[in-house]
Design a binder for this molecule. Structure first.
Ligand SMILES: [Zn+2]
Ligand SMILES: [Zn+2]
Length: 301
């Protein structure tokens, strides 16, 4: 304990006036002498930890668990309309006792606490961007120190899951082609024998629709393959067992121009040119379209 720390006194049961409400191996919680609201609770680690920068991950976990339990207790006991969790570090942030603590404050409309956020700020976009980048880089750097390497068997399992999705996508693509062929045969066949060109046109529309569908399967398959490579080569840290190919994407460069709504929609719904041009799309569907043109001319004459 630290000399003359009022919270250490509470932890050591040296404060006869304390209204203690909870205690376990690493955490003590009590009512402050002057509560901001009825039901206001303070949670402290038993070790004298001055602030968040000195807190150990295990202690943080214990504090969080206690905070969840006490938040439930407060809701049951005083049925507030809301609850604020306040944890301040340093004089500037209004930390008054230099022993880390979390305030759980039950809230009611028009209570004595009032708004805790500024009404508005006017930081420039440049300064917001710069701050974001600095913090993000620092977070990535620190993360690489603290994270454990991924266990090989977990990585293998993850790769299996992704592989299963890739296989499903390519199976869907083959079955799309399998569905299209009888449709094309029927429409083109009838168009020629019955001399009805609209049927040929209908068949061509089907070809275009299926090409679009197939291109989307292929695009999705490619994205999952990229996720696979990312996990296999650990070029980039992704959440374990993620099946969201977005996790393999680079974080968007901040100087990239913002996409317009229209461009975003095109990007979302229309596969890129390289997808359309790939061997499993272009030859198959272009051949069918050319065939369609021939049938169209033959059936119209
Ligand atoms: Zn203390
Ligand atoms: Zn405080």
């Amino acid at each position: 304990m630290s000399e003359e720390c009022e919270f250490c006194e509470i932890v050591d049961r040296d404060d006869p006036d304390v209204r203690e409400i909870y205690r376990d191996e690493s955490v003590v919680a009590f009512f402050p002498t002057e509560p901001a609201a009825l039901g206001h609770v303070l949670i402290v680690p038993r070790r004298h930890v001055p602030d968040i920068w000195s807190l150990e991950p295990d202690e943080a976990a214990d504090l969080s668990r206690a905070a969840l339990l006490l938040a439930d207790a407060i809701r049951e006991a005083v049925t507030p309309e809301g609850l604020s969790v306040i944890q301040s570090n340093g004089d500037t942030a209004t930390q008054t006792v230099p022993h880390l603590h979390i305030h759980l404050v039950p809230r009611w409309k028009d209570d004595a606490i009032g708004p805790i956020w500024p009404v508005g700020t006017d930081f420039s976009e440049v300064s917001k961007e710069a701050a974001m980048l600095d913090v993000r880089d620092a977070a990535e750097r620190l993360r690489s120190f603290t994270e454990l390497p991924i266990a090989p068997e977990d990585r293998r399992k993850h790769l299996d899951y992704i592989q299963a999705v890739v296989t499903r996508q390519s199976a869907a693509s083959s079955s799309a082609k399998g569905w299209l062929l009888p449709i094309v045969t029927a429409t083109f066949g009838f168009a020629i024998t019955q001399h009805t060109w609209p049927l040929a046109a209908l068949g061509m529309v089907a070809v275009v629709l299926f090409a679009y569908l197939d291109a989307n399967y292929l695009r999705s398959e490619k994205r999952f393959r990229r996720l696979y490579d990312t996990v296999a080569r650990s070029t980039r840290r992704v959440p374990l067992f993620t099946l969201d190919p977005v996790d393999a994407d680079e974080i968007l460069a901040n100087d990239a121009p913002a996409m317009s709504k229209w461009k975003k929609a095109v990007h979302t719904y229309l596969p890129k040119w390289s997808i359309w041009a790939s061997w499993s799309i272009a030859p198959f569907y272009i051949a069918l379209l050319l065939l369609g043109v021939g049938v169209l001319i033959a059936s119209a004459s």
